[in-house]
Design a protein around this ligand. Structure first.
Ligand SMILES: *Cc1c(COP(=O)(O)O)cnc(C)c1O
Length: 379
């Protein structure tokens, strides 16, 4: 990314634009258009809402955690009539509940179902294919909108095959880039909805973006240097192979959970079908403050653990294991957690790191995958 900026109206840029827009389709696993905005994930949430919906539209959302809560709150500010199904922050979206609610909606008042795929606040991954099936079984025409900010490029994600209408993501998680890009992958049905949406919009307007993108350009100054990085990030993911990337994250998720279990601590996520492979949220034992422990771990070992967000503040801490990450980085991170637990006087069984090493060693990894990771960490 540390290169001179090129003219974003010139021929060299047009090639860069086409390369990244095409490459994004491979990562989202779709032939639909992917739009790339200068902005954060939150901006991409807004782009999704303002392009497809109108004030007063009814949408169905689920309280899976902090990010789901923020997204539906944004929808309310845009005048949407949000039905927010309460949740315990330890489970994903229940497909049975989706189907039941949609079957009840005989007049098809619900225009969209909003789901956070991987809840970064809780380490819970909702099962999008089952949610899509529930919508199909209910024969309901609502749009399916999915926040894949912390899953795309880390966990299996198939925008097209899963029948998602809008997929939202950002640059700084599984795509391994600095913050600054927001993405919408948009189905034909979503584009059709954008033609009748009455929400005022300008910066986030899909039509303006799609028009310019057709020739590899953008309607305003793009984040050119981030696009250099995006081109390389896409190349890295495809070089390692998406399935190998997902398997690497799965191994790291399993090894982290093995360590947590050995420590005798609880995972926030309760359903093994929904364990996140991007991050693990760990419940603190009664009487111990997660933020106090995080501060000690940061000061003593320079490890920055995720805080509990929103409702679970002080009760959980989060171990991230996504993106440009390998076995040794995971073991180092888990050692930092274990030493931090000891330093903070949090009751636990020593030896969680060994349990994680056993978990990593037990799995047979194809040689190419191991080599791929070695090459990445050396570069
Ligand atoms: C990080 C994150 C966001 C917010 O993205 P920003 O880039 O911080 O605006 C939204 N949803 C999820 C699931 C996230 O992890």
């Amino acid at each position: 990314m540390d290169r001179p900026i090129i003219d974003h109206r010139g021929p060299e840029f047009s090639q860069l634009g086409k390369d990244v827009l095409d490459g994004c389709r491979a990562i989202f696993q779709t032939s639909d258009s992917v739009l790339v905005f200068p902005g954060s994930g939150t901006g991409a949430w807004e782009a999704c809402i303002v392009n497809t919906l109108s004030p007063g539209d009814k949408v169905l959302a689920f309280e899976t955690g902090h990010f789901a809560t923020l997204w539906q709150a944004m929808g309310r500010r845009w005048g949407l009539d949000v039905e927010f199904v309460p949740g315990d922050w330890r489970h994903g979206v229940d497909p049975v509940q989706v189907e039941a609610r949609l079957v009840e909606d005989r007049m098809h008042a619900i225009r969209a179902v909003m789901v956070v795929h991987n809840e970064t606040s809780t380490g819970v991954t909702s099962r999008i294919p089952e949610i899509r099936k529930a919508m199909n079984d209910a024969r309901h025409p609502a749009l399916l909108m999915v926040d894949a900010v912390s899953s795309l490029g880390s966990s299996e994600y198939k925008h097209a095959e899963w029948g998602v209408d809008v997929t939202v993501t950002g640059s700084q998680k599984g795509l391994m880039l600095p913050p600054g890009l927001g993405f919408n992958a948009v189905s034909k049905k979503a584009i059709a909805a954008s033609k009748s949406s009455r929400t005022p919009r300008s910066y986030w307007d899909w039509q303006e973006m799609l028009k310019a993108n057709a020739s590899g350009f953008f309607p305003y100054t793009p984040a050119t240097n981030l696009l250099y990085g995006l081109r390389e990030a896409i190349a890295m993911l495809l070089e390692e192979g998406l399935q190998t990337v997902f398997a690497r994250h799965r191994r790291h998720g399993e090894a982290t959970r093995a360590a947590v279990r050995h420590w005798g601590l609880d995972l926030l996520s309760l359903d093994p079908r929904e364990y996140s492979n991007s991050l693990t949220a760990v419940v603190m034992p009664q009487g111990h403050d997660a933020d106090h422990f995080r501060e000690i771990a940061l000061n003593k070992y320079d490890i920055s653990l995720g805080s509990g967000l929103g409702k679970v503040k002080g009760n959980v801490f989060r171990i991230g294991h996504l993106g440009d990450f390998n076995d040794l980085m995971l073991i180092g991170s888990l050692a930092g957690v274990e030493m931090g637990l000891r330093a903070a006087g949090v009751p636990h069984n020593a030896g969680g790191v060994q349990a994680a090493m056993d978990s990593l060693s037990n799995e047979t990894v194809p040689a190419t995958a191991t080599q791929g990771i070695a090459v990445q960490s050396a570069s």
